[in-house]
Write a protein that binds this ligand. Structure first.
Ligand code: CMP
Length: 140
């Protein structure tokens, strides 16, 4: 199990000025934020990032949403990062997310669900490299 995962604070949460609150939750939860920046994804970038979902009925709406405003990709460091992070953010659908999780407290809907998290170590590595070069990741 790896120590790094890729998170994104999605456009819904950035728009509502939840960025600081969400980052603080991660820090208080024992995660280190070792890279972060605001980025307004192009359609091409969003389609590439979510290519695995391209046959899903929600794909076009997801791309519209993810390109609707700036988001904040970041790299989180934690022991067993992928699993720890996913537990911390809660289920994809906020109505199913456990109490005290980020999605339960900040998400609007199954699509506008405040944050993204990598689903495996293999994808974490790919997704981190999608947004950040090695020299942009700063171990604290
Ligand atoms: P994320 O963890 O970023 O991965 C894929 C995204 O697609 C997911 O969060 C949601 O934003 C969106 N998504 C997943 N399932 C659905 C669904 N059933 N309806 C609409 N959007 C979805």
């Amino acid at each position: 199990m790896g120590n790094y995962t890729l998170g994104i604070i999605k456009p819904d949460a950035v728009r509502k000025n939840y960025t600081g609150k969400i980052i603080d939750r991660f820090l208080q939860g024992g995660f280190k934020i070792v890279a972060a920046r605001l980025e307004h994804l192009s359609r091409e970038q969003a389609e590439k990032f979510y290519a695995v979902h391209k046959e899903r009925p929600f794909f076009n709406d997801l791309i519209e949403f993810m390109t609707s405003g700036p988001c904040m990709p970041f790299v989180a460091e934690h022991k067993n990062a992928v699993e720890s992070y996913r537990k911390f953010i809660g289920a994809t659908n906020p109505t199913e997310a456990a109490e005290g999780t980020i999605r339960r407290d900040f998400a609007e809907s199954i699509q506008n669900n405040a944050v993204h998290g990598s689903d495996s170590d293999e994808n974490a590595e790919k997704e981190i490299a999608f947004f950040f070069t090695v020299s942009q990741i700063h171990t604290i």
